[in-house]
Write a protein that binds this ligand. Structure first.
Ligand code: FVH
Length: 281
């Protein structure tokens, strides 16, 4: 295991707790000290850690760190699992780079934060893509720290799924930030809004299934409950409320602009699915 940041340490501890023999390396040796005391074998170079086992897991800050750390190692015959967050293009290039060095490659994107690692009931998991054979060979080991979801032979797909889900998460956080800002200067306890907000977001989340069905069929009017025309007509209420509450509309405005553009194309009987096509450049 190369990399003992917050995530790498959590992964290492989960494998250690499950009785897996583990050799670790970290650029800053102090971060390995606690694991050393817990019985993990600590090496003073990445090359020695790589030499210790066939399965090599890396969890570093970014792809540049992966390049730097693996440069001085012999990967011949190794099974490299890269849990570093990357772009799909970086993941595909890393898969090719690994093949050129005589190793097999599996890319991973972790959908969990460190406290969720080693806690199955927390619901975390990691996307994997690349060599299916490699995934199947190590699935049992990879399932120890968190769940596993294999998304295809294309090495870039784990990263793509990872970034897609995290991007949706930022949209959700942006919406919640606007909601909290609206009540911020009122005599409303944010802790009373929070459960209402969470329940509402959960209630609305299944709408993504209809979006997916519409995208697949190409008919964006199927099953529409709240038309785009109705929603655009309601926009002034949202913008006026923001203004009255002294809140910048900067988080809402970009999405509203897409909705208006789609309506101007004559798509008033759709719901929001058409905005996706406007995003494609
Ligand atoms: N923590 C989280 O919430 C997220 C959850 C989802 C997945 N991410 C990704 O996991 C990767 C590692 O994240 P992390 O939380 O472990 O990050 P840090 O605690 O900042 O540790 C970074 C490790 O990377 C090492 N490192 C950085 N640059 C280099 C380099 N040039 N050469 C060698 N090692 C490098 C760093 O070493 P050090 O600073 O201790 O010496 C840490 O081991 C990441 O892709 C997340 O996006 C986590």
């Amino acid at each position: 295991m190369l990399g003992l940041g917050a995530m790498g340490t959590a992964l290492a501890r989960a494998w250690l707790a499950a009785g897996h023999p583990l050799t670790v390396w970290n650029r800053t040796p102090a971060r390995a000290a606690a694991l050393d005391a817990e019985g993990v074998r600590v090496t003073d170079s990445a090359a020695k850690a790589v030499a210790a086992n066939t399965l090599v897991v890396v969890c570093l800050l970014d792809d540049a760190a992966v390049e730097e750390v693996l440069a001085g190692t012999d990967l011949t015959g190794k099974d490299l699992v890269n849990l570093t967050t990357s772009t799909p293009v970086q993941a595909r290039a890393r898969a090719e780079w690994t093949r050129e060095r005589g190793a097999r490659y599996l890319d991973g994107g972790i959908m969990a934060v460190p406290p969720m690692i080693g806690v199955p009931e927390a619901g975390g998991y990691a996307f994997y893509s690349g060599s299916r054979q490699l995934f199947e060979r190590h699935q049992e080991t990879l399932s120890v720290p968190t769940g596993t979801t294999y998304v295809g032979e294309d090495a870039g797909f784990a990263a793509l799924h990872d970034v897609a889900l995290l991007s949706a998460m930022y949209g959700m956080f942006a919406g919640a930030a606007h909601a909290f800002a609206l009540i911020r200067r009122e005599d409303i306890d944010p802790t009373s809004l929070a459960p209402l907000l969470a329940d509402w977001l959960v209630a609305m989340a299944p709408a993504v299934h209809q979006t997916a069905d519409q995208l697949r069929s190409g008919d964006y009017t199927t099953g529409v409950v709240s038309t785009l025309a109705m929603q655009v007509a309601g926009m002034p209420t949202f913008l006026r409320t923001a203004e009255q509450q002294g809140v910048s509309p900067e988080l809402l405005s970009p999405y509203f602009a897409l909705m208006r553009r789609r309506l101007a194309e004559g798509s008033g009987e759709e719901d929001l699915t058409g905005t996706i096509d406007l995003l494609l450049r």
